[in-house]
Design a protein around this ligand. Structure first.
Ligand SMILES: Nc1ncnc2c1ncn2[C@@H]1O[C@H](COP(=O)(O)OP(=O)(O)OP(=O)(O)O)[C@@H](O)[C@H]1O
Length: 245
């Protein structure tokens, strides 16, 4: 479905992406774990067409993406800060992509109502974005993205600004909706728990080089991801609290 082959990028002679290759099938979520500055955002921007690669090829559903401009790639790029139109209601923000595609009004009303129900936003339909919490705003931006049925969803630390509980709720919502609509996604995060929760496939990006893992077990056990040592830490805390309780 998505095939990335030998992608490289430099900024002022500094390599930022080094020979990146991977393939994703329809409905898969590639969770890419990486520290700040590893090249995550540059990778997503190249996929979205917002940045040009120096070398390599991108194919989506068999189509060479090289000549395809960003607005024709049918991808949605979601950031930490949801980008909403401040002067439009929640309903109209979600409806926007359908309106510009000239979808019939009755069809828009139905699709948007269904999406608002799915995202538990029905009671907020007539509010403006500034009348919502951060988690609610992020749900609206999800609704806007999903309603146009993107071929690929690009998520750049989308829940990084949310508190732990809201973040966990959003991860579950993302899982439910992306499974239901069989959405193919690339989800970059520096949080290993988040990667394990949302991913069906796993990668680790370090200094522009991507390691892909064949299984969750390999991802967890790889010393570079540091997940094994994090798990060991929590186990040692549990043991200490058991023996002192
Ligand atoms: N337009 C640019 N010009 C020059 N250097 C850039 C440019 N964009 C990114 N870089 C450099 O490329 C490297 C990777 O940047 P990128 O934004 O992809 O990192 P990141 O992994 O998304 O980091 P973070 O998680 O901190 O956002 C950094 O060293 C950055 O300084």
């Amino acid at each position: 479905m998505l095939t990335v082959a030998h992608l490289s990028k430099q900024f002022a002679a500094q390599p930022v992406l080094r020979d990146i290759s991977f393939a994703l099938n329809q409905g898969e979520v590639l969770a890419v774990l990486g520290r700040s500055g590893c090249g995550k955002t540059t990778l997503l921007k190249i996929l979205a067409g917002l940045e040009a690669a120096d070398a390599g090829t991108l194919h989506l559903q068999g189509q060479d993406l090289h000549p395809v401009p960003p607005n024709a790639r049918q991808m949605v790029y979601l950031y930490q800060e949801p980008l909403l139109f401040p002067h439009l209601t929640v309903f109209e923000n979600v409806a926007f992509g359908l309106r510009i595609r000239k979808v019939a009004k009755a069809e828009i009303d139905q699709q948007v109502s269904e999406m608002l129900d799915e995202l538990d936003l029905r009671q907020h339909a007539q509010k403006a974005p500034n009348q919502l919490s951060g988690g609610q705003r992020q749900r609206v931006s999800f609704g806007r993205a999903l309603i146009i049925r993107p071929r690929l969803l690009l998520l750049d630390e989308p829940f990084g600004n949310l508190d732990a509980q809201t973040r966990a709720d959003m991860q579950q919502l993302f899982l439910r909706v992306s499974r239901q609509h069989q959405i193919t996604s690339l989800f970059v995060t520096h949080d290993s728990r988040e990667a394990l929760t949302v991913g069906t496939r796993f990668g680790y990006l370090d200094q522009g080089a991507l390691t892909s893992f064949a299984s969750v077990a390999e991802f967890v056990q790889d010393a570079r991801t540091a997940i094994g040592s994090e798990l060991a830490f929590w186990e040692s805390i549990q043991q200490t609290s058991r023996s002192s309780g």
